[in-house]
Ligand binder design. Structure first.
Ligand SMILES: NC(=O)c1ccc[n+]([C@@H]2O[C@H](COP(=O)([O-])OP(=O)(O)OC[C@H]3O[C@@H](n4cnc5c(N)ncnc54)[C@H](OP(=O)(O)O)[C@@H]3O)[C@@H](O)[C@H]2O)c1
Length: 225
């Protein structure tokens, strides 16, 4: 079982790698940094690449050595949460690149590599912000809505040929990403743990090929208080 994680060498990506590792799977991280070694199982490899600027074709050809990819997790992203008219143009352009452009361009290559294999799955991490439009989430929410729509459309285009395209729209997950942008709120009941989300991703991505789960929107119960 081979998992490739694009982005997120630390939080959700590592939690999913740990879950796959416990089941005997191997993970390749493609990201800008070495993953935090903490508690990883030991069957991980790293391909360092800035997914905004690197040659994506080169990043993909280096993956060929590992053999067939069973699950690809799209976890790259960048939060941008300022009042919209105060946001810096470069921050907005960077957020578009890291949340949307990279997802679409990498998905094109991943689908080509996994085409015709309904047992394979592409898991795209969008966000509940795709649905809960609101102040402070103007750009981030719009980008995640675009990511969710992209996942929905490409799934229809692929039909039953595979890979399966599974879009996750999680609420707050207790990661550094969330803590940095929610004034520490991620450590309260409003957040779910990265390992809970990872268990769910594992269960759904590694399911029987004929099961179609297109959208998963998990939150903690406290998220809605
Ligand atoms: N945590 C939450 O509450 C939450 C909720 C819903 C959805 N999500 C989504 O889940 C995904 C993972 O989030 P996370 O919480 O696990 O935080 P994270 O570890 O910060 O994940 C984001 C990752 O994207 C990587 N990335 C961004 N731009 C990149 C680029 N150009 N090239 C390579 N890597 C790049 C970052 O790398 P660097 O560290 O090098 O910048 C970072 O590792 C994100 O898409 C996020 O929007 C998170």
């Amino acid at each position: 079982m081979r998992l490739v994680v694009f982005g997120s060498t630390s939080s959700i990506g590592s939690a999913v790698a740990k879950r796959f590792g416990r089941a005997g799977g191997t993970t390749v991280f493609v990201g800008r940094r070495e993953p935090e070694a903490v508690d990883l199982v030991g069957n991980e490899y790293v391909s360092l690449a800035d997914l905004r600027t690197s040659s994506l074709d080169a990043a993909f050809s280096s993956l060929e050595d590992i053999g067939e990819i069973d699950v690809a997790l799209f976890a790259m992203g960048r939060f941008i949460g300022n009042v919209f008219i105060d946001a810096d143009d470069d921050d907005i352009a960077g957020a578009i690149q890291d949340n949307l452009t990279s997802t679409i361009l990498i998905a094109k290559r991943a689908i080509a590599a996994m085409q015709g294999r309904p047992s394979a799955a592409i898991v795209i991490l969008s966000s509940i912000a795709a649905e809960t439009a609101g102040p402070g989430l103007v750009v981030y929410g719009a980008l995640k809505a675009a990511v969710s729509t992209f996942a929905k459309a490409v799934r229809q285009e692929l039909g039953s040929n595979g890979p399966r395209i599974i879009c996750f729209e999680p609420g707050l997950v207790d990661t550094a990403f969330a803590r940095d942008h929610h004034s520490g709120a991620a450590s309260t009941d409003s957040a779910m743990s990265a390992s809970t989300l990872a268990d769910l991703i594992f269960k759904i991505a590694w399911s029987e090929p004929n099961l179609c789960v297109d959208l998963v929107r998990p939150t903690s119960l406290g998220f809605w208080d």
